[in-house]
Design a protein around this ligand. Structure first.
Ligand SMILES: *Cc1c(COP(=O)(O)O)cnc(C)c1O
Length: 394
């Protein structure tokens, strides 16, 4: 091996905090709220940040540092911070950079809580936002304003699996001096590296594929040094820190991200191909199916199609509900990115507060079932969904 490994799998496994006097092989868990100072001068220098080092676990901890360093290498980012959840990462990345009177431009298809943040919470502090139509370049042109402080997007979107051309939007944002922030939760750095296409900041819900086993909440912000410096200041004094335990767990999970994503993607592609053309299924959406309207873009900016498949049931809302009641092995739950296959019906749950027209605008039809394809044997996953479709069609 060379002195400087550069392959994804190797970085994910060999990036570790320095070995302690105990000569441990696997990184230990640092369950300590604070760290001792050598003397008064040491404490002073740490607090003024003339010297780098641990002070207090709300600021930094060896486990969160390791997790973040690894994720920076995998995403190709200068710097980053870890947060307690994906939503605390989203909130910190926005709140650290906007003031009353500022504007945020976002893509229309967004995670539900991110949508609530833009429409219900930020306006309380005088921050406005607009939603652009991801696929229509003229809508970005029309909605950007002189006071737009950041552009926030998801690609692929949850759950409609709409894509945004990262290279195009990064050039659009850079030409106006506006940072582009990308929620890279669905793709993970293994499938898509937005920073290498010109984005400035990446958000993660580490709760999803990074944990990958449905155990712990976590989030991260990775990107340009100056942007992260603002996020670090904001987080240090407002307190959305990731726990050391979760950082320890999530860092170990990163070691297996590549092998897990390969299998998630292979299973998802097989499932999408199997159900395309099925009588009870009106349409199947998956970025790496040639029938996806943005198939060429998916091939250009993602290395594989990801682990989420959208099945649109022919029978609409009622068929969706009957289908959920008929699954046996597959779980009906709100998470995604787990080893276990999970189905959700956005029209009757996460997006039930939207009108049918509003749902259609974000790519969610009434019969849409989001399948987070797990790591069980693909034949067992397909068999369970087949029998549930049969039952729902009766
Ligand atoms: C789940 C999710 C989030 C929020 O993450 P939490 O860890 O649940 O707070 C943000 N964005 C996307 C795309 C998600 O799927």
């Amino acid at each position: 091996m060379s002195d400087h490994p550069t392959h994804f799998e190797t970085l994910a496994i060999r990036t570790q905090t320095p070995v302690s006097a105990e000569r441990e092989h696997s990184v230990p868990l640092y369950l300590t709220s604070s760290f001792r100072f050598d003397d008064a001068e040491h404490a002073r220098a740490l607090f003024t940040e003339e010297m780098a080092g641990n002070v207090y676990s709300r600021y930094a901890n060896p486990n969160t540092d390791e997790f973040v360093r690894k994720l920076c290498l995998l995403e190709g980012g200068d710097d980053g911070i870890a947060t307690a959840s994906g939503m605390s990462a989203v909130f910190t990345a926005i709140a650290a950079r906007v003031s009353a009177g500022d504007h945020v431009l976002a893509s229309r298809a967004l995670f539900g809580s991110t949508h609530q943040l833009f429409t219900r919470i930020l306006p309380k502090w005088g921050v406005s936002s607009d939603y652009a139509d991801a696929a229509d370049p003229s809508s970005w042109e029309r909605l950007v304003r002189p006071n737009t402080k950041l552009i926030f997007i998801e690609t692929p979107s949850n759950p409609g699996l709409e894509l945004i051309d990262l290279r195009w939007l990064a050039a659009f944002a850079a030409a106006r001096g506006i940072p582009l922030v990308v929620d890279n939760c669905f793709a993970t750095p293994y499938l898509q590296r937005p920073l290498s296409l010109g984005a400035n900041v990446i958000i993660h819900s580490a709760t999803k594929y990074i944990d990958g086993q449905g155990r712990a909440l976590g989030g991260a912000i990775i990107g340009d040094a100056s942007y992260i410096a603002d996020c670090r200041f904001f987080a240090r004094h407002t307190g959305p820190a990731m726990s050391a335990f979760n950082a320890w767990l999530l860092s170990k999970s990163l070691e297996t991200l590549a092998v897990r994503m390969d299998r998630h993607c292979a299973n998802a592609l097989s499932l999408a191909q199997h159900f395309e053309g099925h009588l009870a299924v009106e349409s199947v959406r998956y970025p790496f199916l040639p029938s996806h309207p943005q198939y060429a873009l998916a091939r250009a900016q993602m290395s594989q199609g990801g682990g989420i498949v959208a099945l649109v049931l022919a029978g609409g809302l009622d068929a969706g509900r009957r289908f959920l009641d008929a699954v046996q092995m597959v779980s009906h739950s709100a998470n995604l990115g787990d080893t276990r296959t999970i189905v959700t019906h956005p029209a009757s749950t996460t997006h039930s507060k939207l009108s049918a027209d509003e749902r259609a605008a974000v790519g969610i039809s009434d019969g849409l079932i989001r399948v987070s394809v797990g790591l069980e044997h693909i034949a067992d996953i397909i068999a369970d969904l087949e029998q549930a479709l049969d039952t729902a069609a009766r």
